[in-house]
Design a binder for this molecule. Structure first.
Ligand SMILES: NC(=O)c1ccc[n+]([C@@H]2O[C@H](COP(=O)([O-])OP(=O)(O)OC[C@H]3O[C@@H](n4cnc5c(N)ncnc54)[C@H](O)[C@@H]3O)[C@@H](O)[C@H]2O)c1
Ligand SMILES: N[C@@H](CCC=O)C(=O)O
Length: 522
């Protein structure tokens, strides 16, 4: 079987991938310092303000200058998307799907350059970066196929039972208009590309805003769509702050709907804004996680240790799916901790451009400062740090934001059990009673992903009781991370998601459409 890159297969890539990635890094490094404008109404647009973006790998290195869009740029992009909407929605489904596939193919050709940009701007290792770029290619193809397979979700309905008259009925799903996509820093290409593809194939036009830490991949997405031949105005790219550009997008009168991916407070605020105004507008909000894993006395501890380390510390814990709460049966806790410490000690931390480094930096100065604060909070709350706790920049560990992975045993009353830290920190509790472990695992306002290691006969208990949208049992590739379009639909329960429908699921695309019932009497 030939190699297919997913988050579940990325641990053993063919050598060729490394060569290609390193060539792409060299190509991007040759472009350091360039300006990368906005893309509005089919053309580049210079903003009033630019910002120099440094890499978290080495903060002496400036990647380039990127726009800080303001309310004027937001208005230009919204007007362009609104103007392009009638023609775009009128295109036959097959034409829109064909353009999506063309964009997916172009992205596939550029997958190494996109991945290199992701490594440079986020600080993720090469396989995480390649995975994200490939995942986005798959989103474009997946949504094109899905929309076509369902024939745009049109459904003929029975004629009304009226004698002497033919009254024909039909249900038709129609787009909303100019759709806004707001992406987070941690998967800036996939969580932009996925919703953009969904909005476009269903006939909406798009204004997309990247996070200020990750503008380069957003610009590369715009270049893919431009080169694929999307008509002017159907896709517009902005980069700018949440408080200015993001807020202006949410308040703009032409905003017909939003897909937001990011933190709980920002997402909830956006949902409220979208529910207010002249009338409620749809808001798909994919938000944070505080993801648990339960390990019972029947678990395969080698599998568990591998999956836990990958999900707690991969990408520095900066995944919504990252594992942050670990509940282990007391009879196997010492053995599991021993294996976990071995996993942690084997992690190589450093310059994410280098093949040997599995763990790169955290994304910025504020995440770096949060790490120090959480370590102090853990210690102040009586937690026992079994490993980690040091910031490495201060300790001769390079000019990036490098930190050690933390495994901390803490009393269940510690406040950090309830707070998303978004850092490589996992907290551990030893339990005696399985149902007690489940109660603790569910004792959170979030419900994104959850993991389990135990006997096969215990798996249904876990699946039936856990309050999470994405579950994994006995998976060494990742206890709570690593969903892939077409394999694992990805969406959160409770405070982790606003819709109960997962990304790339059977129910996803309908959310970008509103139903029109059509009755015609002959
Ligand atoms: N559920 C998921 O699928 C998923 C996936 C990835 C990340 N996340 C979550 O995202 C968070 C990390 O990403 P982040 O730090 O970039 O999140 P964030 O909430 O700080 O920012 C996300 C996006 O919202 C924008 N924004 C900020 N304030 C805004 C406002 N007032 N109005 C409009 N837009 C605004 C930001 O500029 C950014 O583009 C974590 O909580 C993580 O769990 C969730
Ligand atoms: N889809 C990714 C997480 C994305 C959120 O940050 C995973 O499943 O690990």
């Amino acid at each position: 079987m030939s190699f297919r890159l997913t988050y579940a297969t990325m641990f053993n890539p063919p050598a060729e991938m490394h060569v290609q990635f390193e060539d792409a890094l060299a190509r991007l490094e040759a472009r350091f310092g360039q300006r990368h404008p906005l893309f509005v109404n089919g053309a580049d647009r210079a903003p009033a303000h630019w910002s120099a973006k440094r890499t978290p790998i080495d903060t002496d290195v400036i990647l380039g200058e990127f726009p800080l869009a303001d309310a004027g740029d937001v208005d230009a992009a919204m007007q362009a998307a609104h103007a392009a909407y009638p023609k775009w929605r009128a295109l036959p489904v097959a034409q829109r799907a064909a353009l999506l596939r063309k964009a997916g193919d172009l992205m596939q050709q550029r997958v190494y350059d996109i991945a290199a940009a992701l490594t440079l701007e986020v600080g993720k290792n090469r396989m995480e970066a390649l995975g994200e770029a490939q995942e986005t290619v798959d989103f474009f193809h997946h949504y094109a196929d899905d929309f076509e397979r369902h024939a745009g979700f049109e459904k003929p309905l029975p004629d009304d039972p009226i004698e002497g008259m033919a009254s024909h009925n039909r249900s038709v799903m129609r787009p909303y208009g100019a759709w806004v996509v707001i992406a987070p820093f941690n998967f800036p290409f996939a969580l932009a590309g996925g919703p953009v593809a969904a909005a476009l194939v269903t006939g909406n036009t798009v204004v997309f805003k990247s996070a200020t830490d990750t503008p380069w991949s957003g610009r590369l997405l715009a270049e893919v769509l431009r080169d694929a031949g999307f008509p002017a105005g159907t896709f517009n790219y902005l980069s700018g702050s949440g408080s200015e550009a993001g807020d202006a997008l949410a308040k703009h009168p032409l905003t017909a709907g939003i897909t937001f991916t990011g933190s709980v407070p920002v997402g909830r605020n956006l949902m409220q804004q979208m529910a207010g105004g002249a009338y409620p507008r749809p808001c798909i909000a994919e938000m944070g996680g505080k993801n648990p894993c339960i390990v019972t006395e029947h678990a395969d501890l080698d599998r568990a240790a591998a999956g836990i380390a990958r999900s707690a510390f991969g990408m520095g814990g900066q995944k919504c799916s990252a594992l942050s709460r670990l509940y282990v049966h007391e009879s196997v806790a010492d053995a599991l901790v021993g294996k976990l410490l071995q996993q942690i000690d084997a992690i190589r931390i450093g310059d994410a451009r280098k093949r040997e480094h599995w763990l790169g930096p955290v994304v910025n100065a504020s995440a770096y400062a949060n790490y120090a604060r959480y370590v102090l909070d853990l210690e102040a709350g009586g937690a026992r740090l079994l490993r980690g706790g040091k910031q490495l920049r201060e300790n001769g560990g390079g000019k990036g934001y490098y930190v050690e992975p933390v495994l901390a045993e803490a009393d269940v009353s510690h406040p950090l059990w309830k707070q998303e830290m978004f850092l490589p920190i996992v907290m551990l509790h030893r339990y005696r009673d399985r149902d007690d472990a489940m109660r603790l695992a569910n004792d959170t306002d979030m419900g994104l992903t959850a993991g389990f290691y135990g006997g096969a006969d215990e798996v249904p208990w876990f699946q039936d009781h856990i309050e999470a949208g994405v579950t994994y049992a006995n998976r060494p590739q990742g206890a709570t991370t690593g969903a892939w379009p077409g394999y694992q639909p990805f969406g959160g329960w409770k405070g982790s998601g606003s819709t109960g429908k997962a990304i790339a699921s059977f129910y996803y695309l309908q959310q970008y459409l509103r139903e029109q019932s059509r009755t015609v009497v002959e």
